[in-house]
Design a protein around this ligand. Structure first.
Ligand code: NAI
Length: 344
């Protein structure tokens, strides 16, 4: 099985080469992202392996199909960048549902701790032997209320970590988890009461810009927002306004809605033309990381192992129901997997 691997980074190759050794996979690594301009590279391949910022829209799907591709293996959990409706009946889509929820939840807490205790500023100061403490005060997390939006694998681990800090946890989820012991409230109540809000739900039509002018206005003044999920959960303009008017006390962002052409690349010698991102990065109470929450050794190994397994099982005509996704997955009543049937 010939696999075209897009958006390759140096840290991808060792794990994939290791797990693909001895299988029938023949992987060709392309540095470029998959999009309408590059899709012709996939002609003649059986499969493509893609990541979060590859563009797999209807036109790309059509060209992939024409070129002989029958499987898309996402090496990530989210699949909002794939037009699964366009794929249905033609190209099977697999993902890695969980590779290390700990990695992402721990990064969310790292962002919160750094932002609150101003570790990034202290680090820069002490490197220049500036031992002043002016402007570095934070607040105790103990006793504060954290609102966790999306209580799947990552959200629940984040809630556990917060519990360890002695924080009160409020949860909001469209499908609350039974017997989780979490205190579920409405989104309105969470926004009104949380000192910290952490986003852990997927990006769907419904969750697109869930943090917007309206929801920012409902927040407790000074609330800190952490987003390790997907950038477009937040309307960036609303976030900037909220920070400017100090309704929002700080933001820790691992994802950004226009990250596609910027993140994962060294932009340090370029002028960045995205004024919203430049504005955010210039703010003293904002930390941006470059979609790195997943980046632990354990997660990289799990990603490579599961992705190779998805491809090998597909090539042996077995498929893997647990990791296949289609457009019906977002509607639990219509999802065939719930009835132990194949997506198609
Ligand atoms: P999951 O599928 O286990 O949990 C998602 C939760 O969100 C579920 O409980 C679901 O019911 C809930 N949800 C769905 N629609 C909702 C809505 N409209 N409102 C509120 N809640 C809703 O997913 P998991 O593994 O916890 O991952 C969460 C997200 O984290 C992924 O969708 C992905 O976007 C992001 N992620 C980010 C990474 C990074 O490196 N920054 C790495 C891995 C995942």
């Amino acid at each position: 099985m010939k696999v075209a691997f897009f958006d390759t980074k140096p840290y991808d190759i060792p794990g994939f080469d290791h797990f693909a050794a001895g299988t029938d996979l023949e992987i060709k690594y392309f540095e470029t992202k998959l999009n309408e301009d590059t899709v012709s590279l996939a002609a003649g391949f059986d499969a493509v392996c893609v990541f979060v910022n590859d563009t797999v829209n209807a036109r790309v799907v059509e060209k992939l199909y024409e070129g002989g591709v029958r499987v898309i293996a996402l090496r990530c959990a989210g699949f909002n960048n794939v037009d699964t409706r366009a794929c249905f009946g033609k190209i099977h889509v697999y993902r890695v549902p969980a590779y290390s929820p700990y990695a992402v939840a721990e990064h969310a807490m790292a962002l919160l701790l750094t932002l609150n205790r101003k570790i990034h500023k202290a680090y820069n100061r002490t490197r220049e032997f500036n031992f002043s403490l002016a402007g570095l005060s934070g607040f105790d997390l103990h006793g504060k209320t954290v609102g966790v939006i999306g209580t799947g694998k990552i959200g629940r681990i984040f809630a556990d970590i917060c519990r360890g800090f002695g924080m009160n946890i409020l949860a909001y989820d469209k499908f609350p988890a039974a017997n989780s012991g979490l205190n579920y409230v409405t989104l309105e109540e969470l926004l009104a009461k949380a000192d910290i809000i952490s986003l852990h739900c997927p990006l769907t039509e419904e969750t697109y810009h869930m943090i917007n002018d309206d929801t920012v206005e409902q927040m407790k003044p000074g609330a800190v927002i952490i987003n390790t999920s997907r950038g477009a959960l937040i309307d960036t303009e609303s976030l900037i306004n909220g920070l400017r008017t100090q309704i929002i006390g700080g933001a820790g962002l691992d994802v950004y809605e226009e990250e596609g052409d910027l993140f994962y690349e060294d932009q340090s010698t370029h002028i960045v033309h995205d004024d919203n991102l430049v504005r955010l990065i210039s703010m003293p109470n904002v930390i941006v990381t470059s979609h790195q929450a997943f980046l632990t050794q354990e997660a990289l190994n799990n990603i490579a192992q599961t992705t190779v397994d998805n491809l090998v099982r597909f090539s042996k005509d077995q498929g893997n129901q647990d990791t296949e996704v289609c457009y019906r997955c977002e509607r639990q009543d219509a999802c065939r997997k719930q009835r132990h049937e194949k997506c198609f």
